[in-house]
Design a protein around this ligand. Sequence first.
Ligand code: ASP
Ligand code: MG
Length: 420
Amino acid sequence: MIVYKFGGSTVNNAAGIIKLGEIVQSTRENLVIVVSAFGKTTNSLEKVVEHYFNQSEDWYKVLGQLKFFHFEIIKKLFPENNHTIYSEVQGLFDEISARLGDKPGDNFDYEYDQIVLYGELWATKIVNAYLVSAGLPSNWIDIRYCLITDDRYRDANVDWHVSERLIKEAFCFKDNSIYLTQGFIGGTERSLSTTLGREGSDYSAAIIGNILNAEKVIIWKDVPGVLNCDPKYFSNSERLKEISYQEAIELAFFGAKVIHPKTIKPLFNKKIPLWVKSAFEPENSGTLIHSVDRDLEMIPVYVKKTNQMLISILPRDYSFIIGENLGKIFGKFNAYNIKVNLIQNSAISISVCIDNYNPGITPLLDDLGKDFRVLYNENVELITIRHYTDDAIRKMTEGKEILIEQKSRNSVRFVVKGEE
Ligand code: ASP
Ligand code: MG
């Protein structure tokens, strides 16, 4: 069997869903299809959560726009307006509205996970209904009852043992050859919804692929494969034809928006090849990520993370940043669930680069401030070049104020002042 994952940008209008249908139609093997929330729905739902949490009525407007967007797609796919998908999706909108009518509790992450999941439900319900109407034997599965996680909301950890049993039961391929389900979300054993981190549906596809021993996993995107830079920031991007699992992990870790960083391990563990392909040009080969036992010739790969914050932490008593101090500092980052993108230390200070918009940052800074002197710079960028050349470095750093530089054999990283 094969696992397909369709990203939000491939399904942001009816034409994209019809294209998805053609790809599925031309596949002969048993299939699990993971479909992501349509377009930028998750971003909009994040706005809904924020308004709701701040008890601002504005959630109503954003939700209204989402409803309009989804029903426009439904109308194009199902011109006969008595199709059951109309009432099914309406029912989901009623459900989320009812939830938003109640007062939020004080755990932001919990509230977030109970709300953003609707994007995944709307999308998978609609695509499944479309495939069925096109004559394909697609079965919708609610992954929250199979992919079981702990209750670390917004960054839940998978319970592999329980999930393996439940996923094998649900996706059994006895009477069916196609199952369609959600990525990014899971559920606790007490049936509360969780999420695996933004862009987590790649990871979901990898988990399902691992458990069901897939022959391969294909991530369908709106770009031709894994590129050597983000076309949003750079012109002349090139497709990487083949990379190793290790290279993919490094790239994802450095912030390349290739695939969710956790995606590779479940596939690597079972040596399941991962393809990244364009849903708009399915006949083109894309990028193959797999076990490579020879040296691949690599071109420079550029990864730029904007909107970063550089924090410098200094013990007030000029004690060294070793042992106990280090443990204390990173214990706090972990406690506030803040991921560190780069670390640089000296004898009496440590600097870390983190993403600069996370509700946990202010409490973390306050907490660190109790024991340490904390300085920070809010407008910085983190640039990584894999397989760098002098030319590549020049291109990336020209005219920039460099705050930190780190070089290893394969990568060079710079923290630079952001553009004003
Ligand atoms: N819809 C979710 C997000 O945008 C999950 C995903 O697309 O992977 O983060
Ligand atoms: Mg998405």
